[in-house]
Design a protein around this ligand. Structure first.
Ligand code: ADP
Length: 497
């Protein structure tokens, strides 16, 4: 698969760009820090040298009879003379009023300290350091200190040319920042290559994903085994495809089931009518054939209606007509309707109900729910068995409980999690019991959910099945528990005649 779109919008470009920008900013910042550190080290060193020179100065400076400082040394001692000469290269001495007593040529060129500065330095116990410039753009570091002698206090400034040090610092800066563009360019190239390595697996995976289409949903993207974010994405993608595949299978199965379910009765009706047309003797036989055909057509339309309802319900188009309902009365009604079917199969219907039990619900849907669950109980219970419907009210937390249990064949545990899936039928049931489309329980689940209830199934093979539905209590005053009480009436038992 090719990624369309401009190169500058691509992930690779953005990765490389952010990497390069980050690197360039980091390098520039580092350069400034290094430059500052270098200058700091050089300055401290020069200050140290000036301190040493001051210590030497003190050995040669004495006050004369007028109380003025004098350089005292032996002019015949060449070494001593040379030292004093060097010390007197860049210096000035001023008295307490700020008047210059002595100074060197170089110092005069760069100008003397103002009386205010001199007064400040004389008032401080520690020396201070300052930069001064002369007319030729040379920079000097000057140590300003106090000479305290019994005869008086003097301001003494000693200087050192700082220009060569500044040149070293500048040379370093030029070299460092001059190389920066080239280094950044190299980093950009490396970033571009690295980004390609990072993106390559993504492209590869995208290519594999593109091969998974509606017709080969069984294909999976193999995880790379790196257990990273990409592998995590592949796993999520595979799980999504798995869910899609299941839905596709269900839909395919559904189409097969529906066409099968519809075709059989249509063929039967057609056969019945054809035979009747050709062989029926008299109106009576024709009528009989038409009646039989009508029964099958009824079943067909029921099926179509059920499908339509489920589609509507799941598509959110079915609106519930919610009103206070007496669940106990509804159970009695539905049980009454199903009695004939139960008697036919030799199954006993039992009820354990309170006198009334008010819930808020849609009458048609709750009837459908009861009908489906009780009918299933009858269908999947052998002759001589029973189906029992219980309604009770739980106080804490307040809920209405409905249970439909039978002592029929039961459902193997592995099928229980899928029971409410659409079109799910427990395999291996006798043909008669397989007449449903496997839609009943998914519809029941939808009805319970639409009523903010919960449904659970418990089953044991050979011992029976119990469906437990919980409905929330209606919030209105008219239906407080006091009103419809909790006392039970064990309703009339519907037994086989
Ligand atoms: P169907 O129309 O096939 O009955 P349902 O959705 O109502 O579809 O039920 C799904 C499957 O669950 C049934 O095919 C049946 O195998 C199983 N089943 C439902 N109720 C019971 C029950 N009371 N006892 C045993 N099996 C049941």
């Amino acid at each position: 698969m090719k990624f369309s779109g401009h190169i500058f919008k691509g992930l690779r470009f953005r990765l490389a760009l952010s990497y390069t920008l980050f690197f360039a900013i980091l390098l520039a910042g580092f350069g400034f820090v290094l430059r500052g550190m270098l200058r700091g080290v050089i300055e401290t060193t020069v200050q140290g040298l000036l301190d040493e020179e001051w210590a030497a100065c003190k050995g040669f400076l004495r006050l004369d009879g007028n109380g003025k400082p004098q350089w005292v040394y032996d002019p015949n001692d060449k070494e001593e003379a040379a030292i004093v000469e060097r010390l007197r290269l860049i210096y000035m001495i001023a008295d307490e009023k700020g008047e210059v007593v002595e100074s060197s040529e170089v110092y005069r060129e760069m100008g003397f300290q103002s009386p205010a500065v001199i007064a400040r330095v004389l008032g401080e116990s520690k020396p201070s350091y300052a930069f001064q410039k002369n007319g030729r753009d040379q920079v000097f570091l000057v140590r300003q200190g106090t000479l305290s002698e019994p005869g008086g206090r003097f301001f003494v400034a000693l200087g050192r040319n700082f220009t060569p040090s500044l040149q070293v610092i500048n040379e370093f800066s030029n070299a460092y920042f001059g190389a920066l563009p080239l280094v950044t360019l190299t980093a950009a190239f490396l970033g571009w290559m690295l980004a390609r390595r990072a993106i390559e697996p993504l492209k590869e995976v995208a290519g594999q994903m593109a091969q998974v289409t509606g017709s080969n949903l069984s294909l999976r993207v193999p995880p790379r085994g790196s257990r990273d974010e990409l592998d995590h994405m592949i796993e999520s993608y595979n799980r999504m495809v798995e869910r899609l595949e299941k839905s596709f299978q269900q839909i395919r199965q559904f189409s097969t089931d529906v066409s099968h379910e519809l075709r059989t009765p249509i063929t039967v009706v057609r056969g019945q009518l054809e035979v009747a047309m050709m062989t029926a003797k008299g109106e009576g036989e024709l009528r009989e054939a038409i009646e039989a055909a009508l029964v099958d057509i009824d079943r067909l339309s029921q099926l179509v209606r059920a499908l339509l309802n489920l589609a509507k319900a799941e598509g959110g188009q079915l609106e519930l007509q919610v009103q206070p309902l007496d669940l106990a009365a509804l159970v009695r009604e539905v049980v009454g309707e199903l009695e004939i079917a139960a008697v036919d199969r030799g199954v006993e219907l039992r009820m354990t109900l309170p006198r009334t039990s008010i819930i808020e619900g849609d009458r048609i849907q709750i009837e459908r729910l009861l009908y489906n669950l009780i009918d299933n109980g009858i269908k999947y219970t052998r002759e001589g068995g029973y189906v029992e419907v219980l309604v009770a009210q739980q106080i804490e937390p307040a809920k209405i409980l409905l249970e439909i249990r039978d002592n029929g064949e039961g459902i193997p545990a592995e099928h229980l999690p899928h029971l409410f899936d659409r079109f799910y039928r427990v395999p291996g049931k006798p043909a008669a019991a397989q007449r449903g489309l496997g839609l009943g329980l998914s519809f029941v689940a939808w009805i319970v959910k639409a009523h903010q209830g919960e449904i659970q199934v418990k089953s044991e093979v050979g011992r029976g099945t119990a469906f437990e539905v919980v409905f929330p209590l209606p919030s209105t005053e008219a239906t407080t528990p006091r009103e419809y009480g909790n006392q039970r009436e064990t309703a009339g038992r519907h037994t086989n005649p």
